[in-house]
Design a protein. Structure first.
Length: 396
């Protein structure tokens, strides 16, 4: 019988040189593109795509400015950016204008002498400081209202990104009262203070605790104190879970972020943990605080000058450890300062700069149509406002 010998495999074909070159070129382009995006991640990022999708229906000029729209002006008006639009609160009306200039909310309210807005990206809280009325809006709908009893008055109110609400009020028989509401606006906790005054309060991002700034005597010295309370406690349990002495600096603003509780005062910036341990501190008592924002991600923005008068000032970004991330000097007057997430904007006469938190220029605008105020948005766009009109700037 004839033995069958195995056939030798056919010779391998050598890859086409053109295909190999094309694969090499494609790899090289991908690597170069990745390096470029990493090196310029603050300028070319997903926010550009968000803006492109979010503002498809908004007509804009070549430099990214939309047509201005008019609103009812007034010296007592308060403003905020909500859902890409402009919320305008006057003593008698609350109005929301969409990015396409449409009036989407128009609500008449009882006269508010001192309207104040506290807003996140999709929610807005409006209250009458020293008065009794409070309103919460989500999108274009009113979702909660509160009217205090006769003899009570609102000192402050804050709503966080997740919808937890803290209301600070002056009530009969106490030096201060803080009421915490959950995301369904059901009362979760009420804290009545008899020994110290309370000036402000904010709920933690997940709603498990509330931080209060109180004022009173500390070893015969009048000073501020940070007090933390778990929201799961009973209202009969009046002692705070944690406290920290802030000192005699007047606390101007506070924010509870993922990296801690931020307090900005007239002369110091402090950051505390959820157990009231100070984890960051920056002292600027030798200067004058001209403006500030706690709305940037992972940092505070401070505008400091040597004197109250004059236009010379230095802009700083400070991280949670109290370290200076970046600084930039100005010799011209800064009209307005605003921050949101990864961006901050600085408005001077006829010029707008949008920076990253390292104060690297993201976009600039040389024609601001006489704007006197700016509201930075988290997607990199900005709202520019003058005495009776506003317009949107969407970086290309």
């Amino acid at each position: 019988m004839e033995l069958l010998e195995p056939k030798s495999p056919p010779p391998k074909k050598r890859p086409n040189l053109f295909v190999r070159f094309l694969a090499f070129l494609t790899t090289l382009v991908l690597i170069a593109g990745a390096v470029f995006l990493v090196a310029n991640r603050d300028k070319y990022n997903l926010d550009g795509l968000r803006r492109w999708i979010g503002y498809l229906g908004v007509e804009r000029s070549d430099n990214g400015q939309a047509e201005s729209f008019s609103y009812e002006g007034g010296s007592t008006n308060s403003f905020a950016s909500v859902d890409g639009g402009l919320l305008v609160c006057s003593p008698s009306n609350i109005r929301l204008y969409s990015p396409s200039e449409e009036l989407v909310l128009d609500q008449t309210v009882s006269t508010m002498e001192h309207p104040v807005i506290d807003a996140s990206e999709h929610r807005a809280l409006v209250y009458d400081a020293g008065g009794q009325d409070l309103f919460v809006f989500s999108g274009t709908e009113e979702v909660f209202t509160l009217s205090l009893e006769e003899g009570e008055s609102l000192l402050s109110a804050r709503i966080n990104e997740n919808g937890y609400l803290a209301v600070t009020a002056q009530t009969s028989g106490y030096k201060g009262t803080v009421t915490v509401y959950d995301t369904a606006f059901t009362r979760k906790l009420r804290i009545n203070l008899s020994s110290r005054f309370v000036s402000d309060a904010v709920v933690s991002p997940n709603g498990d605790a509330v931080a209060l700034v109180t004022l009173g005597l500390d070893s015969s010295t009048f000073g501020s104190q940070l007090e933390l309370y778990r929201t799961s406690r009973s209202e009969e349990d009046v002692a705070p879970d944690y406290t920290a002495q802030v000192g005699n600096d007047v606390v101007l603003d506070m924010s509870w972020k993922s990296d801690g509780i931020w307090l900005v005062g007239e002369g110091t910036l402090s950051v505390y943990s959820s157990k009231a341990e100070r984890t960051g501190f920056y002292d600027y008592t030798g200067g004058y605080l001209k403006n500030f924002s706690l709305d940037a991600a992972d940092c505070a923005v401070l505008l400091l000058g040597k004197y109250r008068a004059g236009s010379d000032a230095t802009l700083y970004t400070i991280n949670a450890k109290g370290e200076v991330l970046a600084q930039r000097s100005y010799s011209e007057q800064i009209l307005s300062l605003s921050a949101a997430d990864n961006y901050l904007s600085v408005l001077t006469a006829g010029h707008l700069d949008i920076f990253t938190r390292n104060l690297e220029t993201y976009r600039s605008l040389d024609t601001t149509q006489g704007a006197r105020r700016v509201f930075q948005r988290a997607d990199g766009s900005a709202l520019l406002i003058n005495a009776d009109s506003a317009h949107l700037y969407v970086p290309n």
